[in-house]
Design a protein around this ligand. Structure first.
Ligand SMILES: [Zn+2]
Length: 89
């Protein structure tokens, strides 16, 4: 059995996750060995996954939103403490 490129594209995320049945994985691997297009797609898909995983590093630090809310509350409170300034309507 020979699989076509579009079949490989369907399988690619499962291939990366290693959740394909062994026979299917084998077919995909054989196709990838002979197909520059699909191996390039596999590489770029992996790169995207790596980038997505790396973005977790940039999660907001614990307590950030609490500090932000506290700051906003102070600023709102501060603005209201000036009687000369009309309340925004
Ligand atoms: Zn292909």
């Amino acid at each position: 059995m020979v699989i076509e490129c579009r079949h490989v594209w369907d399988y690619i995320s499962e291939f990366i996750d290693d959740s394909l049945p062994p026979e299917t994985k084998d077919l995909v691997q054989k196709h990838l060995a002979n197909c520059e297009i699909c191996s390039a797609i596999l590489d770029s898909t992996r790169n995207i996954l790596i980038l997505t995983a790396d973005s977790r590093v940039f999660e907001l630090p614990v307590g950030y939103s609490e500090r932000l809310h506290a700051r906003l509350a102070r600023e709102i409170h501060g603005a209201r403490s000036h009687p000369d300034e009309p309340e925004p309507d």
